[in-house]
Write a protein that binds this ligand. Structure first.
Ligand SMILES: *Cc1c(COP(=O)(O)O)cnc(C)c1O
Length: 413
């Protein structure tokens, strides 16, 4: 193993985002390369959630819906997310999970193209995106909604005036490869196709300009780079120009224009409110709302710069380390073409990952043979990266990962 410590120390010295690390509650002797799967806990979030439970729920009880603004939390939290994704106010709401939001949004998007029925997506897209479209197809029937998928290289050529909706994920969850949202959206619009972007691995780590890029709909995740906690609510973006032209199928009282009139006829709320269905998850949304405040003091451009530096440092050092040759990069080599992650294939990727975790380097495994490393710029140092490399190197050199305790699969990988 080469000595990359000096280089790491220099990079850490110049790192303007370094002070943010201490705001997180990270376990000792751990390098957390899984912030793209579950962002870590912010110390402030722990305090906020305790306050919500003890003071708001514990003491103020039901009056908190008004006195503590619980009823507005989906829109106030949505507004914080809006500033991260280049959206003017009134176009983002925080609610439910991505899976549920995709179902709602795909239905709305189909309505904008009533004479077409095809949803085009990508082979290898995140399964939940495909499942949501398949579920809608089953419900509406194939002549109203039919999912077709094509390989990444064929997306733009597969677009035609037959395609109602294009459904894509900006960052490939396995390889980290990035789509050019602006370019693809423009190509789709030239065919009259409505676009839905899944921003699960984008929000909070990539610069996004949804309004400028004329995106129609988007969904994104609260528990990855936004650090909202396990099962944190997701969000929906819908461009204002469409607001009066669609409905959504999961109608519930919170999406009604006047929930507390208890009218027996559904009348959709104005704008984004109509995407709500039931009662918002106040405790987890409060956690997310708190975690989002961190971004008030951070520029996403700086986050992206550091993200590129982190993945580049890791992969450059990896390339210079012959012992690591057996790990094959499947992410794009050019950092500008990938999100904030690196993926390496190896026949024993699962075991290597388990061995890393046992030594305090938390990564994840994605079927069939991918070791996936997430690089969250707000809490990772370059020294962390150096440490993860030297741990990886010792595992590969010693082949300690072949020990059978590293091959036991659990429910979550
Ligand atoms: C993580 C992830 C999701 C998560 O969906 P939930 O329903 O919120 O659990 C969706 N899409 C992509 C691309 C993801 O990476």
């Amino acid at each position: 193993m080469n000595n990359f410590e000096t280089e790491a120390a220099e990079l850490d010295k110049a790192d303007q985002l370094a002070p943010f690390k201490k705001l997180f509650k990270l376990p000792a002797n751990t390098v957390y390369l899984d912030g793209n799967s579950l962002g870590p806990l912010l110390k402030s979030t722990q305090t906020t959630v305790s306050r919500v439970i003890e003071q708001q729920w514990g003491n103020e009880l039901v009056s908190s819906w008004n006195s503590n603004g619980w009823i507005d939390l989906p829109s106030t939290t949505g507004a914080k997310i809006a500033s991260l994704i280049g959206a003017e106010r009134g176009q983002v709401i925080c609610c439910d999970s991505i899976s549920i939001n995709l179902f709602k949004v795909l239905h709305s998007a189909l309505q904008l193209n009533p004479d077409r029925h095809l949803i085009l997506s990508q082979t290898g897209n995140f399964p939940t995106d495909l499942y949501a479209a398949q579920g809608l197809q089953q419900l509406l029937g194939e002549n109203r909604c039919k999912l077709v998928t094509t390989s990444e290289d064929n997306i733009e050529s597969a677009l035609s005036t037959d395609v109602a909706v294009l459904l894509l994920t900006q960052v490939d969850f396995r390889t980290g490869k990035l789509h050019d949202i602006e370019k693809i959206t423009r190509t789709a619009h030239a065919q009259g196709t409505v676009v839905v972007w899944d921003l699960a691995h984008s929000t909070g780590v990539l610069p996004l300009y949804l309004d400028d890029w004329k995106v129609d709909f988007a969904v994104g995740c609260g528990y990855k780079y936004l650090n909202g906690g396990p099962g944190a609510p997701a969000f929906i973006y819908a461009a204002k120009r469409h607001h009066s032209k669609f409905t959504q199928p999961l109608q519930g009282w919170m999406g009604h224009m006047a929930p507390f009139d208890f009218s027996e006829e559904y009348a959709a709320g104005k704008g984004m409110q109509q995407f709500l269905t039931g009662t918002p998850q106040i405790i987890s949304m409060s956690a997310l709302s708190d975690a989002l405040d961190l971004f008030e003091n951070v520029s996403i451009a700086d986050v992206r710069n550091k993200s590129i530096q982190l993945t580049k440092f890791f992969d450059d050092c990896k390339t210079k380390t012959v012992q690591l040759d057996e790990l094959q990069l499947i992410s794009p080599i050019n950092p500008a073409q990938r999100g904030s992650q690196l993926a390496y294939s190896h026949p024993f990727a699962f075991n290597i990952c388990q061995n890393l975790i046992a030594l305090g380097v938390i990564a994840d495994f994605r079927s069939p043979d991918v070791l996936r490393l997430g690089f969250s710029p707000l809490f990772l140092s370059f020294a962390d990266i150096e440490q993860s490399l030297s741990t990886l190197c010792s595992i590969i050199e010693s082949k300690s990962y072949l020990d059978e305790r590293f091959s036991a699969k659990q429910k979550v990988t």
